[in-house]
Ligand binder design. Structure first.
Ligand SMILES: [Mg+2]
Length: 129
């Protein structure tokens, strides 16, 4: 990591859909952040266990191996992980899902089809630590 990258804030993007993942990866990096991508919840938790300290996590819910709800549960198990701001980005839009995520500490819940990547970044910049 060079000096410029080290001074940037890091977003952990957890998304199993390659197409959506690519769109957001590009959008996040042109918005001036480092982006680390995980293809599912299990990979995301592994990256945290390896010592990654993201300034924010953008989290999909429906993923293989480990879903986003389980990731939120796991984040609540560790003091240092609890501090990570999480913005849920998903296709689910049921009120139960929204409630469940917000109760587990998510900062916001965005339905993919309702927001452009630019609008998602506006939200992200509001919550990034
Ligand atoms: Mg998904």
């Amino acid at each position: 990591m060079n000096k410029e990258q080290a001074s940037k804030k890091t977003i952990l993007l957890v998304e199993d859909d390659i197409f959506i993942g690519d769109i957001f990866e590009t959008k996040i990096s042109i918005s001036g952040f480092n982006v680390v991508k995980a293809d599912n919840g299990k990979q995301a938790i592994e990256k945290l266990e390896e010592g990654l300290k993201p300034n924010l996590m953008l989290l999909d819910l429906r993923m293989p191996e480990m879903d986003g709800f389980t990731v939120l549960e796991k984040l609540n198990e560790k003091e240092e992980w609890k501090e990570i701001p999480v913005v849920v980005l998903t296709n689910f839009s049921g009120e139960d899902d929204i409630d469940r995520c917000m109760k587990m500490g998510a900062k916001d819940y965005l339905v993919k089809s309702f927001f452009t990547p630019a609008e998602v970044m506006e939200k992200v910049e509001k919550y990034i630590s």
